[in-house]
Design a protein around this ligand. Structure first.
Ligand SMILES: [Zn+2]
Length: 249
């Protein structure tokens, strides 16, 4: 790219806002600001690990206004952090991670229609009768997980030159995925709750087992040559994998 154009792009791109810190009682948490061109208002959320407050900042809103907004929501943050250790029911009002980002479950009064989610406002809209929210949402999450895992498995099967027979999605606590000798892949639906690169890595891992039914050097060479984020994903699963099991269905 021409240097002049690169400079122009840099000038036009919104400047990142330096992070801040907030002291909540004895807990110090980081405040991360994210500019979002299409955001209409300031939105505050807690990262899934409960270590940082993330503020979505619309165009034209200053850092001090965004920080002030986070400070005014201290009580909300304290409550959310305290909730990190307890099970999260899949009901209206709960915050659950979807693709690694917290989303609020919101019931909408209309009887018909599909479950939808807004990745900017981070809301999952669930239609139908209120008592059916947990069931509908569970079904939707499992279906979405299966679709994304099937797409990722297809991608890696093509790249690695292997094929599989079918995919099932289950709620297994002990492992994220498995691969049978007959070529059946099985995954935890909870991978839909993790960051996309984590789901992607688990698919690469299981598909690679269609070639190597072990965790030997050839297996890892195959995984690493196709999946760049493998070590990052493994680290995430080790550090935060337990968090997705707090969602109770
Ligand atoms: Zn394995």
């Amino acid at each position: 790219m021409a240097p002049a154009l690169t400079t122009l792009r840099r000038l036009l791109a919104p400047k990142p806002i330096p992070p801040a810190e907030l002291l909540l009682g004895e807990t110090r948490i980081e405040v991360i600001f994210r500019r979002h061109a299409s955001a209409r208002r300031l939105v505050l959320r807690l990262n899934p690990e409960g270590t940082a407050a993330i503020v979505t900042v619309p165009k034209g809103v200053s850092r001090s206004a965004a920080l002030d907004f986070a400070q005014r929501s201290e009580a909300w943050l304290v409550t959310r952090i305290a909730q990190r250790g307890t099970p999260i029911p899949l009901k209206a009002g709960s915050l659950i991670p979807l693709h690694g980002e917290d989303h609020e479950i919101r019931h909408i009064a209309s009887r018909r229609g599909a479950v939808t989610f807004d990745p900017v406002a981070r809301i999952i809209h669930v239609p139908g009768d209120l008592p059916h929210v947990p069931r509908r949402l569970t079904d939707w999450l499992k279906k979405a997980a299966k679709a994304e895992l099937a797409a990722a498995s297809d991608k890696y099967a093509r790249a690695m030159g292997v094929s599989f027979r079918r995919i099932t999605v289950r709620d297994q606590r002990s492992r994220w995925g498995s691969c049978s000798a007959s070529g059946e892949l099985s995954y935890s639906w909870r991978l839909i709750l993790t960051p996309p690169y984590v789901l992607d890595y688990v698919a690469a891992h299981e598909v690679a087992h269609l070639k190597h039914m072990n965790h030997g050097p050839a297996f890892w060479r195959l995984v690493l040559s196709h999946c760049r984020d493998a070590s990052r994903a493994k680290k995430w699963l080790k550090a935060h994998g337990h968090s997705v099991h707090r969602i109770s269905t």
